[in-house]
Write a protein that binds this ligand. Structure first.
Ligand code: HEC
Ligand code: HEC
Ligand code: HEC
Ligand code: HEC
Length: 136
């Protein structure tokens, strides 16, 4: 497994701690917690099942960065119910990227993290749709 950088580790530790107080506290598979219909780890996938396979394989999923570390189910006043608006959401844990990025040609040109990364992970290359039809 890749090593986690010190900056990310520190921010992540804080987010895990804060997250536990919000919706999807890390780990515990107790369906009764917060009277949710599913254990927290499975909760969002109840309706957003399309995210599951890709997310589990992503850099975030592998490190147990849970949905609630970026989204608030009850809304937040920000687009997509994000806990922080736009790139500030990424900087919450990747503060090391912030310093360079804002001074870079990409940052200056208004390119954002999401134009190059999907925080939910990216699917494997599309498998061949189907075998070529058999000759008659
Ligand atoms: C009972 C079903 C249900 C559950 C459970 C659920 N969602 Fe949703 N969610 C929806 C529906 C329906 C929408 C609106 C349609 C859409 O955008 O997919 C939505 C929209 C969203 C959006 C906004 C999409 C946008 O357009 O920006 C986010 C983000 C989101 N959900 C995250 C979550 C997270 C995180 C969880 C778990 C904490 C969760 N949802 C659990 C049904 C659900
Ligand atoms: C690291 C932060 C982060 C995490 C963790 C995260 N999201 Fe998101 N999510 C975002 C951002 C940023 C957007 C807005 C994307 C955009 O506007 O282009 C978003 C958008 C969405 C949307 C609406 C657009 C879409 O892609 O369908 C849904 C639904 C959603 N997230 C669900 C989830 C679920 C479910 C999880 C947990 C499996 C999750 N998110 C985990 C950052 C995150
Ligand atoms: C709650 C903390 C947290 C937030 C918020 C967060 N990340 Fe991460 N991110 C992590 C952790 C933990 C890792 C895995 C360890 C590492 O690579 O340092 C990671 C890894 C990554 C990686 C490398 C993935 C890989 O496979 O090597 C990318 C790219 C990334 N994040 C992009 C983003 C973007 C874009 C956002 C904003 C939408 C974001 N992150 C928000 C915690 C976070
Ligand atoms: C123009 C495209 C682009 C943009 C915009 C971008 N990234 Fe990246 N990012 C990359 C590429 C390419 C890599 C892989 C670098 C490598 O492996 O050498 C990467 C790697 C990463 C990694 C893995 C660790 C590392 O440094 O190699 C993290 C974390 C990350 N990006 C976070 C972010 C965040 C946060 C933002 C927004 C502030 C962002 N990126 C914006 C292209 C981009």
């Amino acid at each position: 497994m890749k090593r986690i950088s010190k900056t990310v580790a520190a921010a992540f530790a804080f987010a895990t701690f804060a997250g536990a107080a919000v919706l999807l506290g890390a780990g515990k598979a107790d369906s009764h917690e917060k009277m949710l219909l599913k254990p927290k780890a499975e909760f969002c996938y109840m309706c957003h099942a399309d995210k599951k396979a890709v997310y589990m394989k992503s850099g975030h999923g592998k490190f147990d960065v849970t949905c609630d570390m970026c989204h608030n189910s009850h809304g937040s006043g920000n687009k997509s119910m994000l806990l922080k608006p736009g790139q500030d959401m990424c900087y919450a844990c990747h503060s090391d990227v912030k310093d360079h990025f804002n001074k870079s040609e990409h940052g200056a040109a208004g390119i954002t993290c999401n134009m190059c990364h999907d925080p939910h992970g990216t699917p494997d290359a599309e498998p061949a749709k189907q075998a070529p039809p058999a000759k008659k």
